[in-house]
Design a protein around this ligand. Structure first.
Ligand SMILES: [Zn+2]
Length: 281
């Protein structure tokens, strides 16, 4: 999970660019007629997102004289289409993710823009920049048409949930066995409101962070085995623990990353540092 700054691109500029690509004069006139409605929806989105109440945004099926399919097509034909009239906006919003890392999982490569509130449920938000989040294919696919019915069902929003994203809640748990595996769960070290805890658990489940992180951990453990065996032979458990804590330090600015959770969990586990690393597959 990573926070992102709100896109600099405003709804008005994106809508103008989309409209410039519409050749059908009737559709052009109808979309123009609902601009005030889209503006109002954008304002409501901004207010609700700021207080984590996007679940209260009403779902709509039409917007004035414009149908859901036409608003979805406005996005598909003019914003996301490679040669769409507003494609520059799509590319700029997409490229705002540092290192092209998906802000939803922190692991995948950004490939698309994800509608935080899905376009088929909220057609009045199809081209709203603050509802468009850079994402990897996996996160985009799994979010799909899901939408929050309650406050706790809201997945984390990279533009608005900086406090929650920068609060520690991910934890690694070392499972002693042959082979050793590490599981990842939401277990905040400091108290969190029930709604926030439900939100991070929902985010983990929807974006599959537990599975992705566990797979990355297996790969990382494989690269560690020889080093830890050498360190253990020379300096015992203390040397192994010191090395793992040192690795964890590299990731302290990514509080819910798999790396920080993994290294801290391994360092804190007596069984692992006292020789459990021999059970790495
Ligand atoms: Zn992702």
């Amino acid at each position: 999970m990573r926070s992102l700054s709100l896109p600099l691109q405003g709804l008005g500029a994106v809508l103008s660019a989309c409209l410039s690509g519409i050749n059908d004069s009737d559709l052009h006139a109808r979309v123009t007629s609902v601009i005030p409605v889209l503006d109002a929806a954008a304002e409501n989105y901004k207010l609700k997102a700021a207080i984590a109440e996007l679940h209260l945004i009403p779902r709509v099926t039409t917007v004035g004289l414009v149908s859901k399919d036409e608003l979805v097509a406005l996005y598909a034909d003019h914003l996301s289409a490679t040669r769409g009239a507003a494609r520059d906006f799509y590319d700029k919003i997409k490229s705002a993710a540092p290192f092209a890392k998906c802000p939803l999982c922190g692991v995948g490569r950004v490939a698309v823009l994800d509608h935080h509130l899905p376009k088929r449920r909220y057609p009045d938000l199809t081209v709203l920049p603050s509802n468009l989040v850079p994402a990897c294919h996996a996160c985009n696919d799994t979010k799909g048409v899901r939408f929050p019915r309650t406050a706790g069902e809201q997945t984390l929003h990279p533009y608005f949930d900086n406090d929650l994203i920068s609060t520690r809640w991910m934890k690694g748990i070392v499972q002693h066995g042959e082979p050793v595996v590490v599981e990842f769960v939401a277990d905040p070290p400091s108290p969190m409101t029930p709604v926030n805890l439900e939100r991070v658990r929902r985010h983990i489940r929807v974006c599959g962070l537990d599975l992705t992180f566990a797979a990355n951990a297996v790969d990382e453990l494989d690269t560690l085995k020889m080093r830890l065996t050498e360190l253990g032979a020379k300096g015992g458990a203390d040397a192994v623990r010191e090395y793992l804590l040192d690795r964890a330090k590299d990731f302290v600015d990514r509080p819910n990353s798999w790396q920080l959770s993994l290294y801290e969990a391994l360092a804190a586990d007596d069984w692992f540092v006292e020789g459990g690393y021999a059970s790495i597959a």
